[in-house]
Design a protein around this ligand. Sequence first.
Ligand code: AMP
Length: 287
Amino acid sequence: MLREARDAVQLENILAPLRLRNRSIGLVPTMGALHAGHLELLRRCRAENRVVVMSLYVNPAQFGPTEDFARYPRDFARDRRLAEEADCDILFAPSDEVMYPRGFEHRHIWVDPGDLGRQLEGESRPGHFRGVATVVHNLFVMARPHRAYFGQKDLQQVQIVKHMVEDLSLNVNVVTVPTVREPDGLALSSRNVYLDPAQRLEAAALSRALDSALAEWQRGVREAAALEAAATRTLTARASSGNVDYTKVASLDTLRPLVGAVSEPAFIALAVRFGGTRLIDNELLLA
Ligand code: AMP
């Protein structure tokens, strides 16, 4: 049976007896609007932990002033039902007052990922990763999970969370779950519902573009610019209504763009805007 908690005290009241019995606790942070990607995180979490906690919080601090915070899809009853069907034990749905007692604009202390937060997505979303890191930090403090599950779809986010865990000595194992895709390759995202039918068809170009770059990589091409050019060519050919924000090969560690031959663990990431909807995707470049 799914139990609900709305604040840290309610959550700890449920978790404390389980901690005493040494139950492993897994956390899946989400903003709701659940889809098969979230359900895959819950499935992994279920398989690897005795207790599954899913948090549901649409974090205002990670949306920019012109972003979709107000219209972000919210359906608590549906999310609750899907979490229960996925055999989640605890749904943690804190209010803004719980996460930001004095309002997020008046918060004093933030977790600032610095340069990591200014790369890639951070260039067009200033402050986004500071909002993410801060809220994930507080979720970790409140749930004190043994493991936490994040999607590779938001690879920059997972890497920042991993660095935060290391730098702030948080005792959490961060697990990256492979991206779940539609049959045509489009990565599942709560924002896909904003696409009109023509944009939806073209949106498959993101994953095709990554395939093009990966094909080059597998042929032995190592120059970052050549890999990026392969992806860009596919985007130009298949997504004529999309505006490419970036196509970048970046270091998995520093998240900085790589120039010249790739000689460290890396990934290729892209962001494309269809009207007001921004889609992102990435693939690892593994030697
Ligand atoms: P969100 O609710 O969008 O904040 O996403 C919550 C978690 O689900 C994040 O760790 C995301 O990376 C992950 N996620 C979102 N889409 C996918 C997907 N298509 N495949 C795997 N994980 C995903």
